[in-house]
Design a protein around this ligand. Structure first.
Ligand SMILES: CCCCCCCCCCCC(=O)SCCNC(=O)CCNC(=O)[C@H](O)C(C)(C)COP(=O)(O)OP(=O)(O)OC[C@H]1O[C@@H](n2cnc3c(N)ncnc32)[C@H](O)[C@@H]1OP(=O)(O)O
Length: 180
C-alpha cells in the first residue's frame, strides 16, 4: 500500500520536537544524546540534522558507527509523526559509505516507501558537507506498528510511572494515537 500522510500531520517545515525528553536521539535531557532535530517534509518524508560531538566518537576524531545508525533510526522513527502511528524498529540495515568526522553536521532525509498491515517500510540517507553533499550513511528499515501498551508493558516501571505522570509526555503520546 502506498503511504499516506495523515491529514493532521505537522505541516512541511514544522519542527517535530522530541517524542520523549529522555530519548537518546531527540531528547533535550540527555547530555550526550544526539539532540537530533527533525522537521516534517512533503508527503511522508522528514528531514533532520545532527552534529557529531566528541562523546560520539568510535575511532579518534570519527563518529561511532552505532551512533550514526542511531541518527538514522531516530530520523526514520520520526516518520511516525506524519503517519500518526506508533511504530518501533524491527529491522535496520545500514550502509556506512564515508567516515564522518567529529564536528560534522549530518543532513538526514527519510521517507516511508510502503506499508502493509502493521509493517512500515522506510529508507533514509545522511549527507555531509551540506544538504546536497555526498551520502555518508544510508539505511533501509522495517518498523512495526505497536499499541502504546507496548511501552507500558516492556518499559522499566520507574520511567513509565514518571512518563505517565507528566502531562506533557501524555500529550505527546496522544499525538500518535489517532490512526488514519
Ligand atoms: C509514546 C510515544 C512513543 C513514540 C515511540 C517512537 C520511538 C522511536 C524511537 C526510534 C525507533 C527505535 O529505536 S524503536 C526501539 C528499537 N526497537 C525495538 O525495541 C523493537 C523490539 N522488537 C519488538 O518489540 C518486536 O519484535 C516487534 C514489535 C518489532 C515485532 O513483534 P510483534 O509485534 O510480535 O510482531 P511479529 O508477529 O513478530 O511480526 C509481525 C510481522 O513483521 C515481521 N517482522 C518482525 N520483525 C522483523 C524483522 N526484524 N525483519 C523482518 N521482518 C520482521 C514478521 O515476520 C511478521 O510478518 P508477517 O508474518 O506478518 O508477514
Amino acid at each position: 500500500m502506498k503511504p499516506v500522510r495523515h491529514p493532521d500531520a505537522p505541516l512541511p517545515g514544522e519542527l517535530l520536537g522530541a517524542h520523549y525528553e529522555q530519548c537518546f536521539g531527540c531528547g533535550g535531557a540527555q547530555s550526550h544524546g544526539l539532540h537530533l532535530e527533525a522537521r516534517a517534509g512533503e508527503g511522508v518524508t522528514v528531514i533532520a540534522e545532527f552534529t557529531v560531538q566528541p562523546a560520539h566518537q568510535g575511532a579518534p576524531g570519527l563518529a561511532h558507527g552505532g551512533v550514526l545508525a542511531s541518527a538514522l533510526d531516530e530520523t526514520l522513527g520520526s516518520l511516525n509523526w506524519l503517519l500518526r502511528t506508533i511504530a518501533v524498529t524491527g529491522r535496520l540495515e545500514t550502509d556506512f559509505v564515508r567516515p564522518v568526522p567529529v564536528g560534522t553536521t549530518l543532513y538526514l532525509e527519510a521517507e516511508v516507501t510502503a506499508m502493509a498491515g502493521r509493517k512500515i517500510y522506510s529508507t533514509a540517507t545522511g549527507r555531509i558537507g551540506g544538504p546536497e553533499g555526498p551520502v555518508a550513511v544510508r539505511a533501509d528499515a522495517l518498523f512495526l506498528e505497536v499499541e502504546v501498551e507496548h511501552f507500558v508493558h516492556h518499559g522499566r516501571e520507574e520511567e513509565i510511572q514518571a512518563a505517565m505522570s507528566d502531562p506533557d509526555q501524555v500529550r505527546r503520546a496522544r499525538a500518535f494515537e489517532v490512526n488514519p
